[in-house]
Design a protein around this ligand. Sequence first.
Ligand code: FAD
Length: 464
Amino acid sequence: MSISDFRADLGDIPVEDHPRIVQQRSRDHYWYSPILKAKLDHVTAEIVVSPRSNAEVKTVLAAAFRHGVAITPRGAGTGNYGQAMPLSGGAMLNLMNMDKVLEIKPDRVRAQAGAVLEQMDHQTRESVNGELRFHPSTYRMASIGGFIAGGSGGVGSIRWGGLRNIGSILGVKVITCEENPRELDLVGEDILKVAHAYGTNGIIVEAEMPLTQAHDWVDMIVGFDDFIEACRFGGAVALQDGLLVKEVAPCAAPIPQDYFNRHKPYIRDGQSVVLLMVAPVAVDAMTLFVAHHKGEMLYRSDEASAEELKRLPPVYELAWNHTTLRALKVDPTITYLQTRYPTVAHVEKIISILGDELPMHIEVGRQDGVVMYGGLPLVRYTTEERLNEIIRIHEENGCAVFNPHRYTLEEGGMKRTDQKQLDFKREADPKGMLNPGKMIAWDDPNFDFNAGRVWLFDGLNPVN
Ligand code: FAD
């Protein structure tokens, strides 16, 4: 590998090589995990390349192929698992200069990979009163390419499921890393090859996403004295077909009191809360439903003063991994897990075993049409052994864990690699230059997709 030869082939494509800036751009939010922090802290690329067009992306990828330089794509760098960290050095490929919305139709939007989700919605709202079906809570920063390659779902998943569901992404254009890079337009099931693949099998340069009708969502915070009642309420909301909601997240005390600094004054000691985003048309019905469930309406953005609206972050920035972020800001020893509780009884069981070691945060969502309780519980971290024990306790009690303390696709468990994905990588990245070290199936020819065990991958030189 020769970075200088690679660089010489880039023409006037912008390149950054100041070590401090390159190191900054070589990081994502891996530090949410004390385990990833210890493993990946020193990881850095040698340069950052920022192409402005598909043609420039092709130039970069052809040069990477020629000179054997590892390429790690990067959007806003808000991923949590070290997905966007360059394990083998080389170059970061910053896609944020490619941020244009290309086409808006009443039911869909096509944008370049670096378009920021909030900006996309801003334009689609203006033009066709539409918005993305769902978005991560990093809406104001994250890119559409990074969301597709590194995310899973978020605000809106209560109604629309996640990125893994067919129909959630309409099309992607990817560029391959070959002698003569090609543009491939993937549609239908083929999209799933690159969805949540961490950019290991092609660089996404464009994406087409479905739109739904935009609403001026009303934020609500509803209080309950008992967290399990809060979860039951959340599940009941999800089943009410007439209540149009975009977000339902029960958070157990003392999360709101200890970590929701600006909303704290609205919440009594010991109260658990449910965070809601409700369409204006459903506000009255929701108020009734809250009363039915003996919840206490603590905050409504449609009744807040201008000063409150200025001071308070939107409710979705208390939810998803923003809950974890807010906890980490107050207590840096906190970490988290990603879990799935089939029923409220499973939530109750886990709380009965782990208590305050695992302050509970649930995202009520819909998976394959079924209401489920996605967990993003906080963990009062002590040791890696204890964290593994907490994972084991979940699994023994029928609750799946998607381990956010692993940087490979397979160990993260969000998306298992399969033969199709591996075959596609062989076609799109025959030399293995794209985000090396993130796909065990590529590095280990004996990898068994169906083994169903936790893999500990240790073949990455700069990391070990
Ligand atoms: P990056 O972090 O830059 O990249 C993510 C992955 O995609 C990396 O592997 C990167 O190499 C690859 N990649 C980036 N761009 C491309 C491209 N153009 N082509 C190919 N590969 C590419 N995630 C959720 O799903 N839902 C949530 O609600 C959510 N909430 C979050 C809250 C907080 C506070 C934080 C810190 C993270 C959260 N995340 C969530 C994770 C993350 O913010 C999202 O997945 C986000 O969409 C990632 O976008 P990004 O532009 O920052 O991608």
